[in-house]
Design a protein around this ligand. Sequence first.
Ligand code: ADP
Ligand code: ASP
Ligand code: MG
Length: 820
Amino acid sequence: MRILKFGGTSLANAERFLHVANIIENKIKYEQIGIVLSAPATVTNCLIKIIEKTIKQENIESYVHETKHIFLKILKEINLLQNKFPYKKLKIIIDEEFIKLKKIFYGIHLLSQCPDNIYANIICRGEILSVIIMKGILESRNYKITIIDPVKNLLGIGNYMESEIDIIESSKRINAMNIPNDHIILMSGFIAGNKKGELVVLGRNGSDYSASILSSCLNANYCEIWTDVDGIYTCDPKKVPDAKLLTSLTYQEAIELSYFGAKVLHPRTISPIAKLKIPCLIKNTSKPSAMGTLICAENKEKKENIKGITYLNNISMFHIVGPGMENASEITARIFSVISYNKIWVMLTTQSSAENSINFCIPQKNIMRVESILKNEFHLELKNGLLNSFNIIKNLSIVSIISSDIQNKPHISAYFLSALANAKINIVAIAQGSSKNSISVVISNSHLTNAIKTTHQVLFNKNQIIEIFLIGIGGIGNTLLQQIYHQKNWLKEKKIDLKICGIANSKKLLINMQGIPLENWKKYFENTKNSFTVKKIINIIKEYPLINPVLIDCTADEHLSYQYTNFLSNGFHVVTSNKKANTTDLSYYKKIRNIAVKFKKKFLYDTNVGAGLPVIDNLQNLLNSGDTLIHFRGILSGSLSFIFGQLEEGIPLSQATQNAKEIGFTEPDPRDDLSGIDVARKLLILAREVGYEIELKDIKIENLLPDTFQDIPNVKNFMEKLKELDPLFSVRVRQEKNKGKVLRFVGIIDPIGQCQVKIEAVDKEDPLYTIKNGENALAFYSKYYQPIPLVLRGYGAGNNVTAAGVFSDILRTLPCKSGV
Ligand code: ADP
Ligand code: ASP
Ligand code: MG
């Protein structure tokens, strides 16, 4: 005997009913089959909605029509596809059923309330009709059917809405039916009958429980739960898309997962089959060949694995405190006995001996009942001030991690709690211990999605995560995106999950939290209508659970550089090729660093000096290891390196500048290079890096150009005028050449920290002598590196090397992470 239960989505339309019938036909070849059916998808919710609206005296006509239409459509379409289907007979049944329902709704309308027995009777109509339709299909395929009436045969204990089943009595009744073994057994899920023979239901999702009860009563070999996902996942796959499928679970683990909210199984499902060691398979109706998840006594997966993250939402927490709590054990016993007597589920409790208080969580819908029960029970204590009035915190959720023997795996709790802290989620209460297999926290409902996504990411995703928000898509930004795209296989190999979540320029912002496809990001960017603001990017971190968000600034925008502290304090790392932040006033320079330390975020700007050359990183490493800078000399501008190289070959200054401009080595206006200000900025960054507290104005700059050249209105005229300086430079170059020297545009930090930018004549012995063609060279004379300096040399300009430098800064944001 094998019991198969099909859930609502498996029966959502005619095609699926017929598909389920095919699965049944396949199974019947091997053994006797019992089928438990839910209502077609949405039907239970529709019926509940109609009741609620009727109570509120709202018009329900269209809702009733809509619900009836679901069934009529199913019947009509099955009739087109299934020979001999008893369409007319079933249509009459459905018509009559809805006439009866309308009468009941009218009664509810008159009373403005719906007693629980009537409520239960209405909300299970879908299950009853599913069985009638499936019987029609299977009989038209010539199978013999026995229907088990759950009201007569499953004895429900408890209230009308959430009964438990007496398995011993139900077994007797079902076995007394002596069902012939060539019959297919059909039973509506979700339903039972109480001692008085009245219909009761088993709580939402109760059909799973019906299936396990039937498996137990008939001592089945297998219980199969057919649903809309491939099995049980490490987290609800609809909430966490990269949740992982579990191939097997022990009964205890499955109980724990379902108890703490994995809605794929009703919490009571597992106990009845666990007692008889009946294996349970969770299968996907749309993919019958997929393996599914096996729940059995022995778990084939590694015991130490975390099984899952579950959640229960819409919870409220009672906080009970007062002088009378000194006798806490007595009060606690009374609280729980009175609540349990009223059959209300207490999901989690915590107790504090220091404050003499107790907290417990219940489903929010039961607040009023619990409050009145407790007020009644403790009216004397409340009146005499032994208990304070109850503090009730609403709109909470419980998030739980399930893993065998979790008590002995403290690292799991550590990862769990730090994941929540990282996501800035406040924990209202924590409970570990009542069960050896779970740890639960209570948080606000509004943080739920964020909490489970973040936790899942930390506990299950062994990849390192980087979420990039790039501002600036000129030469560097654009090249960076190309480089990331080309490195996608390498990143995958290194298990780095690098997603571009946002791309912006000064006008527009493209966001895609799944990752913007880099093969055609330009097309998406062109089509976006979303305007760019810093606030929009910062708000994302509040909406989405980001693990390692990195803001990248590839602009030259001063305003944006003043937002770095804002980004850092909101949880972003900042990587920038923009020199502005590091060259404005010292107070902001220090503030960025303080905020980065305070919020444990990285501020990386290695491309600010020497583009792709690893200057800042090496310098910091040197200083960290106790070295100190004595003095520094360097060629810090690719364009001036090129221009001075050309001068040395006898090319006039104006022509050399023109050549540099043509190959893209200069700024659009070459005066920005020739004025020496760009070199001064880089020198300032280096000087501050080694500890000199100076401002840009403290750097002495030798401008290559006379002041009057700055007033020339356009670049063309300037280039013309530049020719006037050619003779001067030619003479100077020639004079030095005669002395065996060449001219270089050099940045200097002297031993007392004075900085200057100037033209220097250097001889063959000088490490800067051979630096030309756009190369940079940085000579650090330090305590460890003297008399021969540490020289970093290489191309110091260009989109490729700068973007590569930004790329390596991005990778430096990764924390070192070990597996859980
Ligand atoms: P059915 O109608 O078949 O009973 P349910 O909607 O009741 O289906 O249960 C299946 C749903 O349970 C899935 O679609 C999924 O969204 C949800 N779910 C929650 N937690 C888990 C989990 N850990 N693994 C699989 N599914 C889960
Ligand atoms: N149809 C009921 C519900 O939606 C029972 C079930 O599907 O298991 O809760
Ligand atoms: Mg269900």
